[in-house]
Design a protein around this ligand. Structure first.
Ligand SMILES: Nc1ncnc2c1ncn2[C@@H]1O[C@H](COP(=O)(O)OP(=O)(O)OP(=O)(O)O)[C@@H](O)[C@H]1O
Length: 577
């Protein structure tokens, strides 16, 4: 029997329904035992020439027992299914809850496809294991034990023979455990890899096509599908191999028990009716083990998925909430400071930010520029407290972010990034993600200020239009303007603009710059920008290079010094010509 302690722990959380499942199954076994005795009695009466009406009682008892058993097993299946669903739903709630707690700190460092396979199919697979397999383990111990005791009472020699044969099944299990466990894990691993690859292909379809890499990626997909196929067949071979051996032991055990009972009959230790009872009970003794074997077929996936599920449940968030969080004031635009901040991503030895000192005065705008990989986005991730710096600290109005609740920190900041994610749902739903209570008037006002109201109004159902997955029905520029409307609705005192206007045409950019100037005036703003037009209006510019601030000051002053900023301007000007 393959049992994982923590999965048993899940079952223990719903003790009553699980106990009911076990008792109903054992009730079914008890009916089968009664059936064996009733049939034997009917035969005994028939063989001894008793009148027909005397046969009616045992025959009626058999019918009643068969009906009761059917009802009990139906109730068992219903209870097991219900229990399995309840455990599954609770587990999935916990996983989703944990994922939300782990936040982008986890999603940025783990493949989404694997996580999706764990939370989706992994939890589905657990269902058969916890709902059917584990309760059946208890039934397979108690049922055969009770039947062997009954057989021993009928005839000790037959009882010991059946008991020995039954014992062979669980005793042979350790021989297979390793093989079954390894094959199941290999199978799940191949499945997770395949699921991750498929998700990547779907989300990156445009990139693959524009790079002409569809064919090459298809080869990788086929290789992973082939690996999954081989792992499935390997698992199936091991599983059915064990199934066949166990079935053989069970059949041989039943045959041997009947042969021993026949010898006992010949020796005058048993009568013919008792022989029939033995025959019936010996077969029934192996039935729970046979069912256990069947449930294993359905549940092995769950056992393999358990590793991923529990490691996700055990994963610790990158940032911890302090026991007594200092509240942050969301009212006015705050001062933001990075003090000697050094940070390297988990698993990386090269710091993405190296002793960064920056200050944004309340209501001021700081533009951060620098080459790709300089550390600009990392600055934002730290400001949103997706990660904590290894050295130094980040302060909002003098409060170290480590001493504030992570949710409070995120509530202070609205982000408009390059990669705008629109969720499956209506335009209004997508706007209300930022402000669930917002009235239709507020939505429209925000959309107007973000210069996207006309676009929304022209959609087939206006604000109630369902946006296709990943915003397929809106252009890049429209999506960005929707993101700006979201930021307006969130109305946070800190604003992060990550190349917020990179996907809009010249005319829209002008209108957007006006709208952004309007909202940045009331907020402390950090602009991550590659384009000069976005930076020129900032109060300060910081030039990042290799995670370090190499220049910092008002844009005009920096330009006059002829340093890194002036060099970047020259490069851009050259590129524009
Ligand atoms: N999730 C991550 N795990 C490990 N390293 C990362 C991760 N994200 C970024 N890095 C590394 O950290 C450094 C800074 O990256 P960052 O994304 O902050 O740069 P950036 O200036 O925003 O670049 P770009 O302008 O191209 O967006 C880079 O060396 C990058 O490879």
């Amino acid at each position: 029997m393959l049992v994982r302690r923590r999965l048993v722990g899940l079952v223990r959380e719903t003790p009553v329904p699980v106990l009911c499942t076990v008792l109903l199954a054992l009730g079914g076994t008890a009916c089968a035992v009664g059936q064996g005795f009733a049939i034997a009695e009917a035969l005994r009466r028939a063989f001894t020439g008793r009148p027909l009406d005397e046969l009616l009682v045992p025959v009626a008892a058999v019918a009643a027992l068969v009906a009761t058993r059917t009802a009990l097993l139906w109730a068992r299946d219903m209870t097991a299914t219900w229990t399995a669903h309840a455990i599954k739903e609770r587990l999935r709630d916990r996983l989703v809850d944990r994922l939300l707690k782990l936040g982008p700190g986890h999603t940025l460092t783990h493949p989404a496809g694997r996580t999706q396979a764990t939370v989706g199919d992994g939890v589905e697979a657990i269902q058969a294991y916890v709902g059917f397999y584990l309760p059946q383990v208890a039934v397979s111990l108690a049922g055969p034990l009770a039947i062997v005791a009954t057989l021993t009472w009928l005839d000790p020699v037959v009882g010991v023979t059946v008991g020995a044969c039954v014992l062979l099944v669980p005793l042979s299990r350790p021989l297979w455990r390793r093989l079954l466990g390894d094959r199941a894990s290999a199978h799940w691993d191949a499945y997770e890899r395949f699921a991750a690859r498929i998700l990547d292909a779907l989300t990156g379809m445009t990139t693959l096509k524009t790079l002409g890499a569809g064919e090459r990626y298809g080869v990788r997909l086929r290789t992973d599908a082939e690996r999954l196929y081989r792992a499935t067949m390997g698992n199936l071979a091991a599983s059915t191999g064990v199934y066949c051996v166990t079935a053989f032991v069970m059949t041989a055990g039943t045959a041997l028990s009947v042969a021993v009972a026949a010898l006992r009959l010949a020796g005058g230790h048993l009568d013919a009716a008792a022989l029939f009872t033995v025959l019936f009970l010996a077969a029934e003794c192996f039935r729970p083990l046979q069912e256990l074997q069947n449930y294993w077929h359905e549940g092995f996936y769950g056992l393999a998925a358990a590793g991923g599920i529990f490691s996700l449940l055990d994963a610790e968030p990158q940032v911890r909430a302090p026991e007594r969080a200092i509240p942050l004031d969301p009212a006015g635009p705050p001062e933001v400071r990075f003090e000697n901040v050094t940070f390297a991503y988990p698993g990386s030895r090269v710091p993405a930010l190296d002793r960064v000192d920056l200050r944004i005065a309340p209501g001021a705008t700081l533009a951060v520029v620098g080459r790709s990989g300089a550390g600009k986005s990392t600055l934002v991730s730290l400001l949103l407290r997706f990660f904590d710096p290894q050295e130094g600290r980040i302060l909002i109005d003098g409060v170290d972010l480590r001493r504030a609740a992570p949710d409070d920190v995120r509530a202070m900041t609205a982000v408009v990034s390059q990669d705008v994610h629109l969720f499956y749902g209506t335009v209004a739903d997508n706007l209300r993600i930022a402000a669930p209570e917002a009235t239709r008037e507020r939505l429209e006002d925000a959309a107007r200020r973000a210069r996207v109201h006309e676009v929304i109004a022209a959609l087939p159902d206006g604000y109630e239009t369902v946006i296709g997955e990943r915003g397929a029905t809106l252009s890049g520029g429209e999506r960005q303007r929707l993101a700006i409307a979201r930021a307006l609705l969130k109305n946070a005192p800190i604003l992060v603009l990550d190349e917020a206007t990179s996907s809009v045409d010249g005319q829209t950019e002008k209108a957007l710059q006006e709208a952004l100037a309007e909202i940045t005036a009331e907020r402390t703003t950090l602009v991550i920008a590659h384009r000069l037009s976005t930076v020129l209006t900032a109060d300060h510019v910081a030039v990042l290079d290799g995670g370090r601030v190499v220049e910092h000051g008002p844009p005009a002053e920096l330009f006059a010094t002829g340093g890194a900023w002036a060099e970047l301007v020259a490069v851009q000007a050259g590129a524009a010509r």
